[in-house]
Design a protein around this ligand. Structure first.
Ligand code: CIR
Length: 259
């Protein structure tokens, strides 16, 4: 099944992005766009069909499409992002996903960012972060139990999203930063800890057998290699200044549609 990857062009207002755990640093917009283009090329090289959405000039964070939806095989949940400045990003994402999935909207008072949602098989882990709340988790449970999904709330502290702290890097392994989550929640998995000098290293994007991974974390990459996990290196250092990482810049799903 050919995966589809939805991406969105980097906003010219990126330098006005939301920041929660990082200080504001100058962002080189041209460089950010070049890095984003190389990321898209990497997705294509791994077999994804790209749906490139146009820039939203007044939505600084709109390049981080991951936060706007959770796309499962059966249904797409359109999120209500935790940051008010990001709520208008979702309308065009819902339009883009409509041909592929039945759409369910997360409603107030629920808030959830896709960056807080880690799907592993029929288990969906949702970070209880500054962006995602219990009301959204309740709505997700109601919408998804009919499909056999179990939705689990997970405490997160010290980072923006659950997937800043844990991502899936193989059928059985999770890459984690144990400082930001309780790893006991994930004790049925093979847990690979990041190198302690690379706090932001737990975010990798798995496409089939490949893991798209930032070049900025060589020590953790070595740990992955020791476990036989090969990486596809990308440089997203300018988008990292906006608190973004590799999972944030795409929505990946199988072609199969609802109807
Ligand atoms: C934000 O704070 O919303 C953006 N500056 C960064 C979002 C990163 N998204 C993600 O990790 N899924």
């Amino acid at each position: 099944m050919t995966p589809i990857a939805v991406t969105r062009a980097v906003s010219s207002s990126l330098s006005r992005c939301e920041l929660t755990h990082q200080d504001r640093m100058p962002i080189d917009l041209d460089r950010a766009c070049q890095q984003h283009a190389a990321y898209e090329t990497c997705l294509e090289r791994l077999g994804c069909t790209l749906i490139r959405l146009p820039e939203m000039p007044d939505m600084p964070d709109a390049v981080f499409v991951e936060d706007t939806a959770i796309v499962l095989d059966e249904v797409a949940l359109i999120t209500r992002p935790g940051a008010k400045s990001r709520r208008e990003e979702t309308t065009s994402i819902a339009e883009a996903l409509k041909p592929y999935r039945e759409i369910v909207q997360i409603e107030a008072p629920g808030t959830v960012d896709g960056g807080d949602v880690l799907v592993v098989g029929r288990d969906i882990y949702v970070g209880l972060s500054s962006r995602s709340n219990a009301a959204a988790i309740d709505q997700m449970r109601r919408a998804l139990s009919a499909y056999g999904y179990q939705v689990h709330g997970v405490g997160v502290s010290g980072c923006l999203h659950l997937k800043s702290a844990v991502t899936s890097v193989s059928e059985t392994a999770l890459l984690v930063n144990p400082d930001w989550i309780d790893t006991n929640v994930f004790d049925r998995f093979d847990v690979i800890e990041i190198h302690p000098d690379e706090a932001y290293a737990a975010n990798g994007l798995r496409i089939g057998e490949a893991v798209i991974y930032p070049i900025t974390f060589p020590r953790t990459a070595e740990r992955l290699a020791e476990r036989g996990i090969g990486i596809e290196p990308v440089d997203l250092s300018e988008l990292a200044k906006a608190e973004g990482a590799v999972t944030c810049c795409s929505l990946i799903f199988g072609e199969k549609g609802a109807g």
